[in-house]
Design a protein around this ligand. Structure first.
Ligand SMILES: N=c1c2ncn([C@@H]3O[C@H](COP(=O)(O)OP(=O)(O)OP(=O)(O)O)[C@@H](O)[C@H]3O)c2ncn1[C@@H]1O[C@H](COP(=O)(O)O)[C@@H](O)[C@H]1O
Length: 97
């Protein structure tokens, strides 16, 4: 089940690399580095706010939807910074008690 995150991460990396037409990730990352990182960070902030609002409204479906949006945009940020998914997993492993 967790494999899906890794699969999406690989697609995100491919979109950043090849910038195919019609790709949301390509649209978010196509500009010069400063603009791209600003656009990605703005989405991360926006999705975090939407998740907070959903949590406060106590609407389970919306919480799940907004959490997925936030995780997705966080993955775009990590991939754009050339961080491997494996490196994120290792950090969780390191924290495991
Ligand atoms: N998981 C996602 C995913 N989650 C959310 N989103 C997009 O993130 C955006 C969320 O922003 P908002 O909630 O603000 O909605 P919006 O108003 O439409 O957003 P904006 O266009 O204004 O930025 C939407 O446009 C969603 O389509 C995603 N877009 C793509 N993916 C995955 O990423 C892969 C690559 O996508 P493309 O780059 O589009 O090929 C796909 O195969 C999917 O697996």
């Amino acid at each position: 089940m967790f494999m899906i995150l890794e699969e999406v991460y690989e697609v995100i990396k491919q979109r950043i690399r090849e910038k195919p037409e019609g790709s949301y990730v390509a649209r978010l990352t196509i500009d010069d580095k400063k603009t791209a990182i600003n656009k990605i960070c703005e989405k991360v902030g926006e999705e975090a706010t939407e998740l907070i609002l959903a949590a406060k409204d106590d609407k389970k479906d919306e919480i799940i939807y907004e959490a997925a949006d936030l995780i997705f945009h966080t993955m775009v940020l990590l991939a754009y910074k050339n961080i491997e998914f494996e490196e994120l997993l290792k950090e969780f492993e390191r924290r495991k008690k």
